[in-house]
Design a protein around this ligand. Structure first.
Ligand SMILES: [Zn+2]
Length: 78
C-alpha cells in the first residue's frame, strides 16, 4: 500500500524537475558532466544524482553504473 503511494509521488516530483529527497529544483543542481550527447548528470545539494535526458526532457535517478561512469570521467580530467 505505502509503496503504491510513494512511487507515483516521486515520479510527480521528477516530472516537475524537483529532487525526490529534498525537493530542490534540479534545474539549479550542479552539473557533473555528460554521459552522452543527449544525457547529462547533475548532483543535488543533498548529494543525490540525476540524469537529464534531453530527448524526453526528464530527470531520472542516476543508476550506479551511470554514477561510476561520470566519476571515472571526472577523475580523468584532474
Ligand atoms: Zn536533493
Amino acid at each position: 500500500m505505502i509503496k503504491n503511494l510513494i512511487r507515483p509521488f516521486q515520479e510527480v516530483l521528477l516530472e516537475r524537475k524537483l529532487c525526490v529527497g529534498c525537493t530542490n529544483p534540479l534545474d539549479q543542481a550542479k552539473k557533473m558532466g555528460n554521459l552522452s550527447d543527449n544525457r547529462f548528470i547533475v548532483q543535488c545539494r543533498c548529494k543525490r544524482r540525476y540524469v537529464f535526458d534531453k530527448e524526453i526532457g526528464l530527470f531520472q535517478r542516476a543508476s550506479l553504473a551511470e554514477e561510476q561512469q561520470i566519476l571515472r570521467e571526472i577523475a580523468k580530467r584532474k
